[in-house]
Design a binder for this molecule. Structure first.
Ligand SMILES: Nc1ncnc2c1ncn2[C@@H]1O[C@H](COP(=O)(O)OP(=O)(O)OP(=O)(O)O)[C@@H](O)[C@H]1O
Length: 231
């Protein structure tokens, strides 16, 4: 499992994470909710190694991640689907998927069939440029690219943002399938409450850089949880 223990993160003098502790067990979907700007993306940046922490520890399946560069964490099985998707617009869908080869052994440098079973549209659009895809298709491509790296934990930053409902359903199904078929850990950050309530095994809520609530998905309906989520 992923263990984040008492982590602080600063941008200059501004503190974005304050003593954050969470776990994301294998075979479970863990969801972190919270309003805009409470530190959700910063938490994922700390986990994936894009932003240095100023205190605390992060470990995955017993291996300390602190101080490791993002590609080293990818090699250890941390797959990341960033906010805004970060698809290469001028590369084809196939080439975008192949950018996921970097951290994998030479023998594993192929695109697993599962990706096309989960997202058939990617197969039909393999030769199209990433920039020509719709937002929802780009999100599927971003998840596909992360799966090419053979992650043991999939970390997703607001996968439903700006995406039409039918594709949100497909993405939810894919995340559930990945949990059940591969036993990977899934950690996702969201603002969309219903998506988390349906999908999550365990939820955390953040407010102003801190974890302020933790529990099973049903606890999202308690007045205390709602208070932290309403604008
Ligand atoms: N590169 C940066 N430099 C300085 N401050 C930053 C930087 N990135 C984020 N922040 C600040 O850190 C705080 C947490 O931001 P963060 O993006 O982690 O929140 P978030 O919950 O993911 O929000 P959103 O839902 O908008 O993505 C905010 O106050 C934000 O302004």
């Amino acid at each position: 499992m992923l263990t984040v223990d008492n982590v602080n993160l600063h941008y200059g003098a501004a503190q974005a994470l304050r003593g954050v502790s969470i776990t994301a067990p294998m075979g479970k979907i863990t969801c972190v909710l919270g309003r805009n700007g409470v530190g959700k993306t910063s938490l994922l940046r700390a986990i994936t190694g894009q932003q240095a922490t100023s205190a605390g520890t992060i470990a995955f399946n017993g291996a300390g991640l602190d101080g490791l560069a993002p590609y080293r964490r990818a090699k250890l099985g941390v797959g990341f689907v960033p906010q805004g998707r970060e698809i290469f617009p001028l590369l084809t869908v196939k080439e975008n998927l192949e950018t996921g080869y970097a951290p994998v052994a030479r023998k594993d440098r192929f695109i697993p069939d599962d990706i096309f079973s989960l997202f058939p549209i990617l197969q039909t659009m393999l030769g199209r440029r990433g920039g020509d895809l719709s937002g929802g298709q780009q999100q599927q491509l971003a998840i596909g690219r992360a799966l090419v790296t053979r992650p043991k934990i999939l970390v997703l930053d607001e996968p439903t943002e700006g995406i039409q409902p039918s594709i949100i359903k497909d993405i939810g199904r894919a995340i559930r399938y990945l949990r059940d078929s591969t036993g990977m850990a899934i950690l996702l950050v969201e603002q969309y409450l219903d998506f988390c309530r349906e999908l999550a095994d365990h939820v955390y809520i953040m407010d102003r850089g801190e974890i302020v609530h933790e529990g099973p998905a049903e606890t999202l309906d308690t007045p205390e949880a709602r208070r932290h989520l309403t604008v």
